[in-house]
Design a protein around this ligand. Sequence first.
Ligand code: KG4
Ligand code: ZN
Length: 349
Amino acid sequence: MKVLGIESSCDETACAIVEDGKTILSNVVATQIPFHTVYNGVVPEIASRKHTEWILPVVKQALCEANLTLEDIDGIACTNRPGLMGSLLVGLTFAKTLAWATAKPFVAVNHMLGHLYAAHLSNDITYPYLGLLVSGGHSIICKVSEFDDIEVLGTTIDDAVGEAFDKVAKFYNLGYPGGVAIDRLAKNGNPKAAHFPMPNIDKQNRAGNISEGIAAHRYDVSYSGLKTAAINQIDQFWNPDFERTNENIAAAFQETAVKILLSRLFRAVEDTGFTTIVAGGGVAANSRLREMLAAEKGLTCVFPPLKLCTDNGAMIAGLGYQYLSRGETSPWTVNASARVQGFRKNGRE
Ligand code: KG4
Ligand code: ZN
């Protein structure tokens, strides 16, 4: 079964064709990065306009690179949440219209489940495992029993990890996208140049008060403290033995950002006894995160190839195949949503 997958939730207009949820026949990603670089962040209105301009040529290119025509396609999948509303609506409306006009089965899928599926495209992974979903908008540690059966253990209580990378990079003018720039600079910096604090949220209840014994945030992460420390309080945490270079700032920030994630992930490993970890999302491309996880004995860590960590249509086509091959489709009335709702169970509307 050949599924055409469309992804337009943020700033990449992407389309891929994947056979039987595994074999990538084509994978076209038209990145809008040059249009947003000048603003050091994604401008939603520019993003939706570019999606509108590019969606048709990108889908045509995906068919051309796979050496296929629309008649060869057995089903169409598209991201419908979470993401920027305007961006999502372009891809979703295009995908529904294409499926309706060609009378092909259609399924709307969850972008974050797509990120999780990315590792499955190039690896045979057995369930259950722990998922680490880290992107510009989300930081999720979850138990995964099936591609659509997920229990969220922890998430961020404030900023997402990728967002923290982006904001720190923006403040210090390190480059865009921030995560990529920090990762690159950090290779020539020293992580000991600053000692940024780790969040201390374990015993806070949901209202932010300390309540003895109730570990409300056992697996949750927080990045607003690190972000503030790196941007507004750097003098306080800087190690005077080091020069204040961009490389050193990047290395010290990245080290703490990764440690925060791993501290919660390793707790989940301990508590669940799961030893397989599957990562996904843009931050899963981070070289320090990959290095530190690989060094952990007794764990099997599966990462998607770099190209499949950031947004792409292949993960959407692959995930779409899983639903369509079970005969599950979405109604034409299915809408886009900025939120991740429906993620905990099934991930499909
Ligand atoms: O998954 P993604 O492409 O889009 C969302 O769904 O958000 O993730 C984008 C995020 C951005 O915050 C970007 O800075 C971050 O992933 N990112 C990285 C790296 N590559 C991308 N963060 C750290 N290290 C990287 N190498
Ligand atoms: Zn994404």
